[in-house]
Design a protein around this ligand. Structure first.
Ligand code: BES
Ligand code: MN
Ligand code: MN
Length: 462
C-alpha cells in the first residue's frame, strides 16, 4: 500500500461521517424555503476546503445561491485542474415514497451495492461525488503529493439551471484559467464496468398553457359544444410524435449529427443488457425511436417527453367540470449541434400552429442547456482512463450519457477549456427519485482514483 491509500483507509470513517453531515443539510435550490440551508451547505464546503488546505477560499455571491471558490497553487510550471461540482440538490418530494427520511442519511446494502450505500437526497447527485474531490484533495495535501494546481468551483444552482454561472465565469476568466475541468457528476456503467462519459445531451424545457373558455364550466351544461383545453392539449401532445416515434416538429432534426456506422459500432461495445434495463425499472417492454437501440435512444438521439401535466379537477371524488386551462411541462433532450434556443423556437411555432382556433396557447421557455462531446484523445482523458484502469483493474469504456450538464459547454465557450466527466454513480442510484443512494464502494473508489488522475495528468502535461 502507498501512503495515499494508507491515508484514505486511516481516515475512512471521518470521510464518510463528514459526507453524512453534508447530506443532513437540505440544500434544495429550487425551493426558497430552504434558502438558509443552501447557504449552510455553501459554508460547510468552504470550511472543508479550508481545513483540507485550500487558499483563497471564498463564498461568492451571485444573483441566486452562492458559488464556493477555493484553490491551491503549487507551481507555476504545473498544470491546473478546475474541479466543478454542485452542492445543491433536487427537491425530495414526494417524501412519502422514501423508505427513510431524505435528509437523515442511512446506510443499507442493496443488490448492486453489497458493501452498502448511503441513502439520502444528493448522496450521488452531487454531494457524494463532489465531496470525493475535497477528500482526495485533503489526501494529496496531507501526503504531500499534489502534482497539479487545483481550483474548486462548487455551485448551488445546478439543479435549477445554473442561471448565474455564466456571468460568474465570464467575470472571473483569469481566476478560473485552467488546463482542464474535472467533474464527477455522471456515472459508470457498473461497479465492475468502469466507464467515462464523453457526451451529454442538451436540453430545451418549456411549459405550455392552453386556454379555452374564460372560466371553468359545468361539463353537462356546456360539454360537447365548447373546446375542452385538456382534451385539446392531450391531442396536441399526442401529435408531437409519429408512428415511428420520431418528433413531428418541422426542422427538429435538421442539425442533428448522425453517427457513422463505425461510431455506432464503437458505442455499441459498451456493455448494455436490455433485459437488465427492463427489469431494473419494472418494464415488460421498451419503446422509442425506430431503428435505434435503447442505449442509442438515451444518448445519441434527441427526445421529447412530457414531465408533468395538469388541469381541471384532480381532488377526491368526481367534479363535473370543463377547465378553462390545461398545462404541461415538456422537455426535449438534444444531441450535438442542436441549439436549445433554436429548438425552443421551433417548438413554440409548431405548437401554436397545431392549436385549433378555439383555444389560445402560451409557451414559456424554462432553462436549457447545450449538448456536449468531450475528446477521448486528450491528455486529460488519457490521465482519467489510466487512473480508472489502475483503481478498477480494468480499462474504462468511453460512452455517452443521456443527462445534461449545461456548464460543460459554458466552460468550453468562455474559458476555451475541455472537460473530463469522471463520474462514479450508477444509473440505478435513483438520482432525482425517492431513495437516492450512493455506494460506499463508489465513494471510496472515487477518492482513490482522483489522486491518480492528478499524478497522470501532471506527468502527461509536464
Ligand atoms: N448530474 C446530473 C446530470 C447527469 C446525471 C448527467 C447522470 C449524466 C448522468 C445533473 O445534476 C442534472 O440533473 N442535470 C439536469 C439538467 C439541469 C439543467 C437541471 C438534467 O439532466 O435533467
Ligand atoms: Mn448533478
Ligand atoms: Mn441532478
Amino acid at each position: 500500500m502507498n501512503t495515499i491509500n494508507d491515508y484514505i483507509s486511516e481516515n475512512k470513517d471521518r470521510f464518510l461521517n463528514e459526507l453524512l453531515d453534508l447530506l443532513r443539510i437540505p440544500s434544495v435550490s429550487a425551493d426558497s424555503k430552504f434558502k438558509d440551508d443552501v447557504r449552510k451547505a455553501a459554508d460547510f464546503i468552504k470550511e472543508k476546503l479550508i481545513s483540507a488546505g485550500a487558499d483563497e477560499v471564498e463564498i461568492c455571491e451571485t444573483g441566486g445561491h452562492p458559488i464556493v471558490y477555493g484553490e491551491k497553487m503549487v507551481g507555476a510550471d504545473l498544470p491546473t485542474v478546475l474541479v466543478y461540482g454542485h452542492y445543491d440538490v433536487q427537491p425530495a418530494d414526494p417524501y412519502e415514497l422514501w423508505d427513510s427520511p431524505p435528509f437523515e442519511p442511512v446506510i443499507k446494502e442493496t443488490e448492486l451495492h453489497p458493501q452498502g450505500a448511503i441513502f439520502a437526497r444528493g448522496a450521488c447527485d452531487d454531494k457524494g461525488q463532489m465531496y470525493m474531490h475535497i477528500k482526495a484533495f485533503e489526501t494529496m495535501m496531507a501526503t504531500d503529493s499534489l502534482a497539479c494546481n487545483i481550483k474548486f468551483i462548487i455551485e448551488g444552482e445546478e439543479e435549477v439551471g445554473s442561471d448565474n454561472l455564466d456571468t460568474f465565469i465570464e467575470n472571473n476568466k483569469e481566476k478560473l484559467k485552467c488546463d482542464v475541468v474535472l467533474v464527477s457528476d455522471t456515472g459508470i456503467i457498473a461497479n465492475d464496468v468502469p466507464s467515462i462519459t464523453v457526451g451529454l445531451r442538451g436540453l430545451s424545457y418549456v411549459e405550455v398553457e392552453v386556454t379555452g373558455p374564460n372560466r371553468d364550466l359545468h361539463s353537462g351544461l356546456y360539454g360537447g359544444a365548447v373546446p375542452n383545453p385538456i382534451n385539446i392539449l392531450s391531442e396536441m401532445i399526442a401529435s408531437l410524435k409519429d408512428e415511428n416515434q420520431r418528433i413531428n416538429i418541422p426542422g427538429f432534426y435538421n442539425d442533428v449529427v448522425e453517427l457513422t456506422a463505425e461510431e455506432r459500432a464503437a458505442l455499441a461495445k459498451a456493455p448494455f443488457d436490455v433485459e437488465d434495463f427492463k427489469a431494473s425499472i419494472g418494464l415488460s417492454d421498451v419503446e422509442g425511436e425506430n431503428g435505434y437501440s435503447s442505449m442509442e435512444r438515451t444518448s445519441i438521439r434527441p427526445t421529447l417527453d412530457v414531465n408533468g401535466i395538469w388541469g381541471g379537477y384532480t381532488g377526491e371524488g368526481a367534479k363535473t367540470v370543463i377547465a378553462s386551462k390545461a398545462h404541461a411541462k415538456i422537455s426535449m433532450r438534444l444531441v450535438p449541434n442542436q441549439d436549445p434556443d433554436k429548438i425552443t423556437k421551433l417548438f413554440e411555432e409548431h405548437f401554436k400552429s397545431i392549436a385549433p382556433e378555439s383555444v389560445s396557447v402560451k409557451v414559456t421557455p424554462h432553462h436549457g442547456g447545450q449538448p456536449a462531446v468531450t475528446p477521448t484523445d486528450s491528455p486529460a482523458y488519457l490521465a482519467a482512463a489510466k487512473a480508472m484502469e489502475a483503481s478498477f483493474g480494468k480499462e474504462p469504456v468511453p460512452f455517452r450519457g443521456g443527462g445534461s450538464i449545461p456548464i460543460v459547454s459554458l466552460f468550453e465557450q468562455i474559458l476555451n477549456t475541455k472537460t473530463v466527466l469522471m463520474g462514479f454513480g450508477l444509473d440505478s442510484d435513483a438520482i432525482h427519485s425517492p431513495n437516492e443512494h450512493y455506494g460506499l464502494f463508489n465513494y471510496f473508489k472515487g477518492i482513490e482514483t482522483i489522486p491518480l488522475f492528478y499524478q497522470n495528468f501532471s506527468e502527461m502535461k509536464g
